[in-house]
Design a protein around this ligand. Structure first.
Ligand SMILES: [Zn+2]
Length: 216
């Protein structure tokens, strides 16, 4: 197989990309200048070296910005762990609050709103209605381990205000309620300042602040 067809095969593995689109991507690249292609291949090579997944909240973070934070945490006596993101290491965050979101983009929207100072947990997706094994779709096992190893007083479910988001919230809430924990955890759901069908990713700071205030 020549390199053009090999590239097309790789693009076909991308989520939501069919054979026609994969082919269009490859031809798009063929029409680009060498500098563009060099930068793109450098970024692809660097991604594993510079981006890590946090072993606590499971969000992707840039290692470069993490280096300073790790040093800071070590001097603050919380111990250095290179697999923890700057937010999980930040001693000024409220560690008894854990906000659960579906994806990294939701985390970004909440964080940008500036109205939340607790920690996060990225579920990694939502659960479709017909799914019999929710743990294959979202990080339930990892969430259980985190809650059993740390004292959290409130879990805030911040999922999209659509049927699948609400279905996922019910599953996570039931899972947390049944966990054998030393101290009871309060589970709240983001207030419906988020209008029905709205997505966190596209909500403005005021809407998120209102939804957070009105959680119940
Ligand atoms: Zn983290």
């Amino acid at each position: 197989m020549d390199s053009l067809n090999k590239l097309i095969e790789h693009f076909r593995e991308f989520p939501g990309i069919g054979p026609r689109q994969a082919r269009r991507f490859a031809y798009f690249l063929l029409n680009k200048n060498p500098a563009y292609l060099e930068e793109l291949s450098r970024l692809v090579t660097d991604i594993q070296k510079t981006i890590r997944i946090c072993s606590s909240c499971y969000r992707f973070y840039s290692v470069r910005s993490g280096v300073h934070e790790v040093r800071f945490a070590a001097t603050a006596g919380t111990g250095a762990n290179t697999n923890l993101c700057p937010i999980c290491l930040d001693p000024s965050r409220e560690r008894n609050l854990l906000m659960i979101v579906a994806h990294d983009v939701d985390f970004e929207a909440i964080e940008k709103s500036g109205s939340y100072r607790g920690l996060y947990f990225i579920l990694g997706g939502t659960v479709p209605f017909l799914e019999k094994n929710p743990e294959t779709r979202i990080r339930l096992r990892e969430l259980g381990m985190l809650l059993q190893g740390r004292s959290v007083s409130e879990v805030i479910l911040s999922l999209n205000a659509n049927p699948e988001g609400e279905h996922t919230a019910r599953i996570v809430k039931a899972f947390v309620t049944e966990l054998p924990l030393k101290e009871p955890v309060r589970t709240t759901i983001l207030g419906r300042g988020l209008s029905t069908g709205s997505e966190l990713e596209y909500s403005d700071a005021d809407t998120i602040m209102y939804a957070l205030k009105n959680r119940s």
